[in-house]
Ligand binder design. Structure first.
Ligand SMILES: Nc1ncnc2c1ncn2[C@@H]1O[C@H](COP(=O)(O)OP(=O)(O)OP(=O)(O)O)[C@@H](O)[C@H]1O
Length: 265
């Protein structure tokens, strides 16, 4: 489904600040897999997601989706089949637009029409239905500016918007990290439900290893721009946070010195 073939990304190439963020990385993800991506700070997790989303272009290798080489395809074209949600609840929605205007933009994205925020009656009904499904009462606040919503409400709305164009792929970059535990749980449950219902192929970056184990059908650990652990199927069954930590230490031959990575323990 998603094939990263010998992908490489170097920042500030040829300067004293040259940084190989991703070095010759290959990864094949099957349709419907829910891949959780963990690893220490600067491991290359966000870079990998950005290369798939088209926010970054690789310096080498190829990004292939459903057998089609999309390495050079711009991000706005990929948005038809790739939805993304990032950490900052403020980044996914336009705060000065109403809930329904935000949803209208997301709805049109799938039809290749951008920034059309007009809402007709049929769409309004459709948006209200989708919002009612969240169970947050947002269907009664269609004309409320998104800026007035809480972080959790905005992140739920962002999720809904990310899948409105019926993407095949959903990229989640620490999308619950800025939320309190209860709200994070709500957003995670919604994520899982949407992923299952729509048979989405998901990549989710998280620093929470418990979350990685609970939600991932496959767990990838990155370090230094490489995939150092890749567990799925029978190997994933019964896997604990302690096992993950041991795997990391075995592969890298060192302890984990990253507080954020340990948060999920
Ligand atoms: N736009 C950029 N310009 C220069 N260097 C960058 C840029 N983006 C990322 N990097 C560097 O590339 C490396 C990988 O960064 P990346 O954000 O992918 O790591 P990460 O695993 O997502 O880390 P974190 O968990 O801290 O978010 C880091 O060394 C980072 O400093």
């Amino acid at each position: 489904m998603i094939d990263l073939m010998n992908v490489r990304k170097v920042f500030n190439a040829g300067t004293v600040n040259e940084n190989v963020a991703i070095g010759d990385l290959s990864l094949n993800i099957e349709k419907g897999e829910f891949v959780t991506v963990i690893g220490s700070n600067g491991a290359g997790k966000s870079t990998m997601l950005n290369l798939i989303a088209g926010i970054l272009t690789p310096d080498g290798g190829n990004v292939v989706v459903n057998g089609r080489d999309i390495t050079k395809m711009p991000d706005y074209k990929r948005a038809k089949f790739i939805g993304s949600v990032f950490q900052d609840p403020l980044s996914g929605t336009a705060k000065s637009l109403t809930i329904e205007e935000n949803m209208a933009i997301a709805h049109k994205r799938g039809q290749g029409r951008w920034f059309a925020k007009g809402v007709n009656r049929k769409n309004r009904h459709y948006f209200a239905e989708k919002l009612a499904d969240l169970g947050l009462g947002l269907e009664n606040r269609l004309k409320t500016n998104a800026g007035l919503l809480s972080g959790g409400q905005r992140q739920c709305l962002t999720l809904l918007m990310a899948v409105m164009a019926n993407p095949e792929i959903l990229l989640l970059d620490e999308h619950t990290a800025a939320l309190d535990p209860k709200t994070a749980e709500l957003v995670m449950n919604l994520t899982k439900r949407l992923a299952d219902e729509m048979n989405l192929t998901c990549l989710m970056v998280t620093h929470n290893m418990k979350q990685a184990i609970e939600f991932g059908s496959r767990i990838i650990m990155m370090h230094g721009g490489e995939i150092v652990v890749d567990v799925k199927g029978a190997d994933k069954k019964g896997l604990t946070v302690k096992d993950l930590l041991q795997m990391f230490e075995q592969v890298k031959g060192s302890g984990i010195d990253d507080d954020k990575l340990l948060l999920g323990v």
